[in-house]
Design a protein. Structure first.
Lengths: 478, 81
């Protein structure tokens, strides 16, 4: 294969020259020998080789809790543990302290990385390099972990739910390879980590670009901070990603009014953009010759399941597109539920350490989304079967939110439903219950903004004939 | 000059915290209540409280309460201390 020396090579060319089927994610990343990481806090550049076995960690099985902040320390910890027998549990550094504590008591991880805490009960400090400090359990708790489980990802991200998705190294590799099949990543690309890698979308951005791009900018700044844009310009960033809410913010700060010469392509997931914004992005892309990729995915699929190519953005506007390479969809004849088949479907859920000894091999994922397919083969999400809403792009399991509210409010009956992914509606039957009390709990525990919560008193709770809460009646009267 | 609504109260409402917690030194992302979501709520609240339209670029400069006061001067809004 003859490659242009002047221009960056495309990922597909790079990857097809590798016999990747037997390769581990870590090896595929290390194979990208020119890969560098920039520490946005200091401006330092670190080559990928510098993170190879850079931490003195024990050689054994076990869980490591990584409270990620997208800074270079988190990345170094992530890479070192990818190249180990440990199972990585990715969690947000911003998780409420009481949730951190609950999860640590339940899962008794062997190691914890949390740059925000000075000490943790039942853990010793282990200085594993000049810059990185881990917490190591004083008296390790032994339990069986299935050798396939390389990573545990939270299904919620913010509710502190103990429910995790079990993923293998192969899942992560297969997902990354499917994305590299359509994403125009080049080996001189500069990629800001503006999507937290605790979300599977952010993780996909991380893995694919570590395999095929040139530079990763490690930053905890977001797009509403001037420092992010200083870095974006200074490092000549090639791409940016986000959920619909991030694109609304980009629009608000005038992003689409300027060319941003280094930007080549944008990625999006987490729901369908509104029509006005879509038009704006199409106009921007055409004016400045940029690309835009809308995608559809889930944690249970280790990342992506479908994408909508640039050229279809206007004509197939509200579509999630077509399945990624090696994936396919079916729509359940009876329920219209979208079913995904592919090599990236997870190996089951874990709710406690007892669930870590098992692995459920499957290629089938019931997505919980209701879908339709048009005559050209494009898929459209028309509803949701699972009790999940997305507020500002963050997935909220309504059953978990209900439980948190009930516990905090002394066992009251509260029912949570969503209104168009815009509001969380909390219905209750206690006329003494203060609206502010409900909002306070949601803000305190889940950082849900009071403006996106509606609290409603109803004289009696509608029930179905078999005595369960009748969610559809509640939603209809909302 | 526009009608004077207390800035502390406007900000407190946007973040869902009490006005007493609002100091000049308070910065974006320094408390969980001031994140990207509430930042844009704040922009909207300021716009309606003082009947102004905040320019796109200015949304990025509102990194602290002190900087917000600075910015409001540009829009001819006098804020009470």
């Amino acid at each position: 294969m003859i490659l242009s020396v002047a221009e960056g090579r495309h990922a597909v060319e790079l990857i097809t020259s590798i016999n990747h089927d037997q390769m581990l994610l870590y090896d595929l990343i290390q194979k990208n020998r020119e890969l560098k990481f920039i520490d946005a806090q200091t401006g330092n550049t670190v080559p990928i080789q510098a993170f190879h076995q850079s931490l003195r960690i024990d050689n054994r099985q076990g869980l490591v809790f990584l409270y990620n902040d997208n800074l270079i320390g988190s990345v170094e910890v992530l890479l070192n543990f990818l190249n180990s027998r440990f199972t990585l549990v990715l969690l947000s550094a911003q998780l409420h302290p009481s949730f951190k504590q609950d999860l640590e008591e339940l899962y008794t991880p062997y190691y914890i990385y949390d740059a925000s805490r000075a000490a943790i009960d039942a853990y010793n400090t282990a200085t594993v390099s000049a810059t990185i400090k881990l917490f190591r359990r004083e008296k390790p708790v032994e339990y069986l972990i299935h050798s396939n489980i390389k990573m545990l990802l939270s299904t919620s991200g913010t509710t502190g739910s103990p429910k995790f998705v079990k993923l293998s190294d192969e899942h992560l590799v297969q997902n990354a390879l499917s994305i590299l099949d359509y994403m125009p990543i080049k080996n001189d690309d500069v990629v800001p980590l503006n999507v937290p890698i605790v979300f599977v979308y952010g993780l996909s951005i991380f893995t694919t670009n570590c395999m095929a791009a040139g530079t990763i900018v490690c930053t905890d700044k977001d797009i509403l901070q001037p420092a992010f844009w200083t870095d974006f310009t200074q490092y000549h960033c090639s791409t940016i990603g986000g959920v619909p809410y991030v694109y609304e913010m980009l629009h608000r700060i005038g992003f689409f009014k300027k060319e941003h010469p280094s930007l080549r392509y944008m990625t999006q997931t987490g729901g369908i953009l509104n029509q006005a914004l879509r038009n704006e992005i199409v106009k921007y892309s055409a004016a400045y010759n940029k690309q835009f990729f809308a995608q559809y995915g889930q944690t249970e699929a280790a990342g992506r399941m479908a994408y909508l190519p640039q050229e279809d953005l206007l004509t197939k506007a509200a579509s999630i597109g077509k399945p990624i390479k090696n994936g396919r969809f079916e729509i359940d004849a009876e329920t219209s539920e979208l079913i995904y088949y592919g090599p990236n479907v997870f190996g089951g859920y874990a709710n406690s350490t007892a669930n870590l000894s098992t692995w459920h091999a499957t290629d089938t994922l019931y997505t919980g989304d209701v879908a339709q397919q048009d005559e050209d083969g494009y898929y459209y999400i028309t509803g949701r079967i699972k009790r999940i809403i997305k507020l500002f792009g963050t997935r909220l399991n309504l059953d978990e939110v209900e439980l948190i509210l009930k516990n905090a409010l002394g066992g009251q009956t509260v029912v949570c439903t969503g209104i168009n992914d815009k509001y969380l509606l909390v219905s209750h039957v206690n006329d003494q219950l203060q609206e502010d009390a409900v909002k306070q709990v949601l803000k305190e525990k889940l950082n849900i903004h009071p403006a996106s919560v509606q609290v409603k008193y109803i004289p009696s709770m509608p029930l179905t004939p078999n005595g369960k809460i009748d969610y559809s009646t509640i939603m209809q009267t909302a | 000059m526009h009608s004077q609504q207390n800035l502390q109260e406007v900000i407190a409402k946007a973040f869902g915290i009490t006005p007493n917690d609002i100091t000049d030194e308070l910065e974006y992302q320094s408390i969980p209540e001031w994140d990207s979501v509430s930042h844009l709520v704040l922009v909207t609240e300021l716009e309606s409280a003082y009947s102004i339209t905040i320019e796109m670029e200015d949304v990025l400069t509102m990194g602290s309460v002190a900087k917000i006061k600075e910015l409001l001067k540009k829009y001819n809004v006098e804020t009470m201390a």
